[in-house]
Every structure is written in C-alpha cells, then in structure tokens.
Design a protein around this ligand. Structure first.
Ligand code: NDP
Ligand code: DGY
Length: 361
C-alpha cells in the first residue's frame, strides 16, 4: 500500500483491539496514526488527525461529515467504521467524493441479539431493581406480589426492523414460549417464516404486542419513530426495548409514557445523547411503580383486604427504565472480530481490492 514509494497514511480515531492492529501492521506499508485513547478523540483532534489521510478508521461516535472530509482533503479514499450502523456517516457527501466505506455487519449479530434478550428479560423481570433491593436492605421477605414482572410465555413479541439482528432476536425469543412474532418494516421478509413471523402494519404491532423490540437502522424515516402517538398505541402492560439507536425514540415522549403508566417499562441499550446524563429524567423512574403500590396499600383500610388485593393486582407496578451503556456487541470475541474486519476493510479498500464488507448504499 504505497503511493509512489510513500506509505499510505491511515488515521484511527481510537485504540482498537489487537486483532485489527496486527492486520494493519502486517501490511507494513501503511503509516498508522491514532488517537491513543479508549475515549473518543475530541473534534479538534479528529479534524487534525485526519489531515492528509488516505484511510480513516472510525467509531460510531465519530460524526463523519463534510467538515471532516474537507479536513481530510482529497487523499481520503476509504472510511472503515468499527460498527454495522452507519448513521454517523454523511453518506451523500462521502459518495459524492468517491470514498469507499467498509462496515462490520454479521459478525456482531449474535452478540447484539443476545444482549437484546438479556435486556428484555432484565427489564420485564426487574432484575436491576431486585439486585438493588438485596443491596439496600429492601428485601424483607418473600412476598406474593413484590417485584413481579411479565414473562415471555404465551406472549406476542413485536420486532421493528426484522433485519440480521431483529431476526436473531426473534430466533432466540421463540424458545421462551412466545406465541406470536409480529414484525414491521418496509418489506416482508421471506426468512421470517422460520420464526412464523407475521408482517403487520406498525399500528397492529403496537396494539397487539406484549414486548416491542426496536432493531431497525436509524434513517430519516425511523428518526423519532417511537413518539407520543407510538406509545399511546401500545398496551399499558407492554415492555419497550430499543437496541438500535437512541434517536429512533423521542425520549421526552418515552418518559411521559412511562411516568403516566401508558406503557409498563423500557429497556434501552442506546440513548440520546450517549452517555445519558446521570440526572436524566428517565433514570429517576426506577421505583415509581413500587411507590405507587405502597401508597395504594396504605390508603386502603386493612380490613378491606379483598379491595386491597384487587387494587394491587390492577395497579401496574413497573414504570421503570433499565438503561445500559450501548453494550450490544460488547463481547471480547465480537469486538476482536469487528476490529479485524474493520482493519481488513480498510487495507483492502486502500489496495483497490474487494472489501470483506463494503457498504454499498
Ligand atoms: P439490517 O440492515 O440487517 O437491519 C435493519 C433493519 O431496519 C431492516 O430489516 C430494515 O427493514 C429495517 N428498517 C429500515 N428502515 C425501516 C423503517 N422505515 N421502518 C422499519 N424498519 C426499517 O441491520 P442489522 O440488523 O445488522 O443492524 C440494525 C441496527 O442495529 C444497526 O443499524 C445499528 O443501528 C443497530 N445496532 C446496535 C447495536 C448495539 O450495540 N446496540 C449493535 C449492532 C447494531 P426493511 O428492509 O423492511 O426496511
Ligand atoms: C454498531 O455496530 O452499530 C453498534 O451500535 C455497536 O456495535
């Protein structure tokens, strides 16, 4: 990878796992410079580091827009993103300049689907609250209704965006005894037959699902898709899970929906912004349901047991959000493979060869 005897300049916006570094150094012909940190390069450093680069290896948190491309200048031939999502790349600008793009589909599908299932179960069965109660002394005894949640058995699951990850989520959820798998998107998918998936209008998915998982890509069409109207069509007992991108959700509307008991709970692997500020209202919802339930019990005279019992059953007791820090693909092996794939995409792109995973939208 040399231009007239000169090494090709490659800029990495972050430290990456060694699998990728080995590939870059094995070629022996690219000069690698790097933002040598596990934290994102500040914008000014990104703009500086990319100057004159032939190749750029970036993360989903780096916004690659006209400003970055201008800073890079005409040398830039390849962008390789360490992600399958590419909403952070200004594709129109990139295509206009004839720059090739590599990304990391498939290799993270299993890890992300697994995490989605873990998040769904944690949210629906209230694991974070339970762990907290054990630590803070809230565990007084076994109680019939304490920390009850919702199970998957006999349920209807709705998946928004039955792509690679959406399908892998459906495959993993089916064995939990899920009765129906609904999905929505732009087109019906023949492979959905494997999970008896039913392609339905979004409104049907919203009204019929007990669990809704968002696994579509972030596009102008999906941005803000999950808004007030969306949540108002869901069942009050439904659990909402998002593993796609934070911007698919209107978070203010989600907060209101949770606070008002419009939906039962939310599990979010992705938020806007990332990281979510620690004082964000969504993080205050944790025990609202429990408090309401306690209040209810205090209000009801002790002798009116039947009424109290009925009210406890009728009162929704979730109203919480489980928020985790974008962990979808976070297994050691997956990140290693992503690193290797991102590096190989970059190297092949610079050599004018086929990339293992070239983005061709
Ligand atoms: P795919 O391209 O295989 O799937 C994307 C899906 O989005 C397609 O099935 C598509 O369905 C759907 N979609 C696109 N537009 C719409 C729309 N307007 N309405 C509904 N659905 C739509 O990608 P992957 O499954 O590999 O990844 C999906 C996304 O997951 C990534 O783009 C990324 O943002 C996110 N992700 C998050 C991770 C995490 O760590 N939390 C890890 C990996 C990915 P159709 O063709 O019918 O429109
Ligand atoms: C992606 O690849 O798009 C994820 O969000 C991180 O693995």
């Amino acid at each position: 990878m040399q231009i007239a005897g000169r090494l090709m300049k490659v800029f990495l916006t972050r430290r990456i796992p060694q699998e990728g570094m080995k590939i870059l150094s094995a070629t022996g012909v690219c000069e690698v410079s790097q933002w040598d940190s596990d934290e994102p390069a500040p914008r000014a450093e990104l703009l500086k580091g990319v100057q004159g680069a032939h190749g750029l290896l970036c993360m989903l948190s780096d916004k690659i827009d006209a400003e970055v491309l201008d800073a890079a200048g005409p040398n830039l031939k390849v962008i390789s993103t360490f992600s399958v999502g590419y909403d952070h790349l200004a594709m129109d600008e990139i295509k206009k300049r004839g720059i090739r793009v590599g990304y990391t589909p498939d290799v993270l599908t299993d890890a992300t689907a697994e995490l989605a299932v873990a998040l769904l179960l944690s949210t629906a069965r209230r694991l974070p609250e339970g762990v907290e109660e054990v630590k803070n002394g809230g565990w007084s005894s076994w109680k019939p209704l304490w920390l009850c949640g919702h199970g998957l058995s006999d349920s209807t699951v709705g998946i928004i965006g039955l792509g690679r990850i959406g399908m892998a989520i459906a495959q993993r959820l089916k064995p939990f005894g899920v009765k129906r798998v609904l999905y929505s998107g732009r087109t019906a998918k023949p492979y959905a037959a494997e999970v008896n998936g039913e392609f339905v209008p979004l409104d049907t998915l919203l009204s019929d699902s007990d669990f809704i998982v968002v696994s579509c890509s972030l596009t102008p069409q999906t941005q803000g898709l999950c808004d007030k109207a969306f949540f108002s069509k869901m069942k009050k007992s439904a659990i909402f899970v998002n593993i796609s991108r934070g911007a698919v959700v209107n978070q203010e509307d989600l907060y209101e929906a949770l606070k008002n008991g419009q939906i039962a709970a939310a599990g979010l692997d992705v938020t806007t912004p990332e990281p979510l500020p620690t004082n964000h209202p969504l993080l205050t919802l944790k025990n609202c349901g429990e408090e309401r339930n306690h209040e209810l019990r205090r209000d009801v005279p002790l002798y009116d047991c039947r009424h109290a019992f009925k009210m406890c059953f009728l009162s929704p007791v979730l109203f919480h959000a489980v928020v985790i820090p974008h962990l979808g693909s976070a297994t050691y092996s997956t990140r290693g493979v992503m690193s290797a794939l991102a590096a190989q995409n970059l190297v092949n792109g610079l050599q004018g060869a086929d990339m293992p995973s070239e983005l061709t939208v």
